[in-house]
Design a protein around this ligand. Structure first.
Ligand code: SF4
Length: 288
């Protein structure tokens, strides 16, 4: 773990991350790509040691009350957050200044802060999202080895929904030949319906690979799915955008199931849900 002072904590779109790098070590992680220039060993995270002061300073200058996002490029609930509590302290600052929050994670460590999310939601708005890529906990352990298992993520989603906090799922990536079967997508959406998820984000059914991330992904594939690397090399070469060969069929299943459970997936609807003026929380079909 490396501790560094930073000059600013907010990036584009009100995004704020207290860490660089991530200990969850997902085999497909795009943030490993050389273009992001994180440097050093990716799982040896850089801790922004002045993150809380920066959040306070920068939020005090923001006028428009909006959602502050965290969770792109690194997980705000990376393993060390359990001890360091930087994300938790930033949430406290967000609450203090009356902003809302949108979090994306793969860790049920987020449950530790559920009372804070409730307070933020009452004062402004809180949206909690989990990335879900597979319904199979065994595959999950292989591709996202240090995150919470899918089953634990769904349990956490239900707990947030039960507290009237809007929840979402990022269904990405879909790994060709590993998680791109129609049954997997169908089961994920159905489970989202069961636990009251309001929206699911899918950019494309497929994955991305580029210099830095590709090498690590292939090295891991050799370990956990022997022979799979060669299939990828043959199918995608050095392509960045690697669409699942059955993406059309996956979109069909996905949309059918989302419509069935009234889960939003169009950007126009998602943006409405994410607006601080709209306190939307999906009523689960399984609610009484
Ligand atoms: S949780 Fe996200 S940032 Fe962390 S390793 Fe996995 S994909 Fe990368």
């Amino acid at each position: 773990m490396r501790f560094q002072e930073f000059k600013s904590i907010f990036g584009n779109n009100n995004n704020c991350n207290p860490y660089r790098g991530c200990e969850h070590n997902c085999i497909y992680c795009d943030a490993r790509s050389l273009v992001y220039n994180i440097g050093g060993e990716f799982t040896d995270i850089i801790v922004k040691q002045n993150a809380v002061e920066l959040a306070r300073k920068e939020l005090s200058k923001k006028k428009k009350k909006t959602l502050i996002h965290t969770g792109s490029m690194c997980d705000p609930y990376t393993i060390s957050e359990a001890k360091l509590c930087l994300t938790k302290q930033i949430l406290e600052v967000i609450y203090e200044f009356g902003f809302g929050v949108g979090v994306l994670t793969k860790s049920d460590l987020i449950l530790r802060d559920i009372e804070l999310f409730k307070k933020i939601n009452k004062r402004c708005k809180a949206v909690v999202c989990f990335t879900i890529t597979t319904m199979d906990d065994v595959i999950c352990k292989k591709i996202e080895p240090n995150s919470s298992l899918t089953s634990a993520r769904f349990e956490a989603l239900k707990k947030f929904h039960d507290q009237n906090i809007t929840t979402g799922v990022w269904l990405c990536p879909t790994l060709p030949f590993i998680t791109n079967d129609e049954e997997n997508i169908r089961k994920i959406v159905r489970k989202c319906g069961e636990v009251g998820v309001s929206y699911i984000i899918v950019f494309e059914f497929g994955t991305t690979m580029r210099d830095g991330s590709r090498e690590y992904f292939y090295q891991c594939l050799d370990e956990v799915f022997p022979g799979m690397k060669e299939r990828y090399q043959k199918m995608y070469g050095l392509q960045y955008n690697c669409k699942a060969p059955n993406e059309k069929a996956l979109w069909k299943v996905f949309k059918e199931e989302c419509n069935r459970f009234n889960i939003k997936y169009e950007w126009e609807d998602i943006n409405k849900i994410l607006s601080v003026n709209n306190n939307y929380s999906q009523i689960s079909l399984f609610d009484n």
